[in-house]
Design a protein around this ligand. Structure first.
Ligand SMILES: CC(C)(COP(=O)(O)OP(=O)(O)OC[C@H]1O[C@@H](n2cnc3c(N)ncnc32)[C@H](O)[C@@H]1OP(=O)(O)O)[C@@H](O)C(=O)NCCC(=O)NCCS
Length: 187
């Protein structure tokens, strides 16, 4: 079955839980392990509510906790799961309506993670390619993405989808203040 982006639904959830239980986290920041544990907890107590919160194009799901514990207002956004009959990973898109400019605490419009046992098969490259036409529907003229300077696999995913390096920047203190790379994909 070819890779698709699915709206997270009950039929995908057992595979998602299995991936979390194997130690994978969809959150690629320093808060990844905390996200993994809190998602397992949320699914065990309110599986439907967890799914509903992943598809939130109006930003109604409550504030967002940053890796340093600080809370910020949620942007509109949604997650899609990478699916080929099993869970391959997760990709998310968030945006500020009417502008390409994101608040400083938001490190890019798109984040993605592939489960470790399915990496190197072209799935992240394909998933970003599938997301771009969905993102373009917002009317934005471009999207920004950020990576760590040494995340070569992620650089290649972005370049393969037409991305260009904009600049090296310093991440906000809430993310540890390390160096990052800012990339842009124009529509
Ligand atoms: C980054 C990540 C999403 C890539 O997923 P993937 O499905 O393995 O990526 P792809 O198979 O599409 O490979 C993309 C490119 O990276 C290359 N690549 C894959 N793993 C690599 C590695 N460890 N080192 C260097 N290059 C690598 C591939 O060869 C490919 O390059 P090519 O197009 O020139 O052949 C995955 O490694 C991951 O989930 N990492 C942890 C989370 C993360 O870093 N997310 C991105 C945050 S910005």
């Amino acid at each position: 079955m070819p890779l698709t982006l699915v709206i997270p639904a009950p039929e995908h959830q057992p595979a998602y839980v299995a991936a979390l239980e194997r130690g994978w986290s969809p959150d690629t920041t320093a808060g990844g392990e905390a996200t993994r544990l809190s998602q397992l907890e949320k699914i065990s107590t309110d599986a439907d509510g967890f799914l509903a919160g992943l598809d939130d194009p109006e930003g109604l799901a409550g504030d967002v906790r940053l890796p340093d514990g600080s809370m910020v207002k949620r942007l509109p956004g949604y997650y899609r799961w990478l699916w080929d009959g099993d869970l391959v990973g997760s990709i998310n898109f968030r945006w500020a309506p009417g502008t390409e400019i994101l608040p400083p605490h938001c490190l890019g419009h798109v984040g993605y993670a592939v489960v470790p046992w399915r990496r190197g098969e072209g799935h992240a490259t394909a998933a970003l390619g599938l997301l771009l036409p969905l993102a373009a529907k917002t009317g934005l003229r471009w999207i920004d993405l950020t990576t760590d300077p040494d995340n070569v696999a992620s650089h290649r995913v972005i370049i393969a989808n037409g991305g260009e390096l904009v600049e090296r920047f310093t991440k906000p203190a809430a993310y540890g203040g390390a160096e990052g790379l800012l990339w842009r994909i124009a529509f």
